[in-house]
Design a protein. Sequence first.
Lengths: 113, 113
Amino acid sequence: KQEVTQIPAALSVPEGENLVLNCSFTDSAIYNLQWFRQDPGKGLTSLLLIQSSQREQTSGRLNASLDKSSGRSTLYIAASQPGDSATYLCAASDSGGYQKVTFGTGTKLQVIP
Amino acid sequence: DADVTQTPRNRITKTGKRIMLECSQTKGHDRMYWYRQDPGLGLRLIYYSFDVKDINKGEISDGYSVSRQAQAKFSLSLESAIPNQTALYFCATSALTGTGELFFGEGSRLTVL
């Protein structure tokens, strides 16, 4: 059974700092890994998706990497801004026909002005 | 307008009442999902549907039922609501083929008194 862990559960950084959020998963046979952002009381917004054959994806100040052999993915946020404050979740999709998705519990990020 | 729309966004009800949460999408996706989110537990899958005639139970389907009225519509029902069904409920969609990227609605916050 896939397990997805995100540590730390909460992180507070000063504005302008570069930061890395971590996601680990137990079963390396994944179809994809997706990073989401969730604002309080809101839905999940897809940030980046890395397919199993890829090593990284970039969008603006965000870069996500995937290392299946070690069961790890990281989300790098460059030059953090107060507007980046949110909870970030990762989700691993398995390679079966249903592509079952297992979510981590998220890292709550606060960027202090 | 949002690609995945959930109604109602907030609902307070009493124990024993029947509740229906509705989801509609304009993304043209075949796959639709219902998740619930509880603090500290992450998102858990309730039901999923790959097309109008294909509905499957997820990991926590007890106490819930669903209906796929059309490709674009997927509703979740609580036949007799109980307090531990108080949660944030999300509808999500994905394409039948491709990357498997999930797209979420804004969520429906349900409180059962």
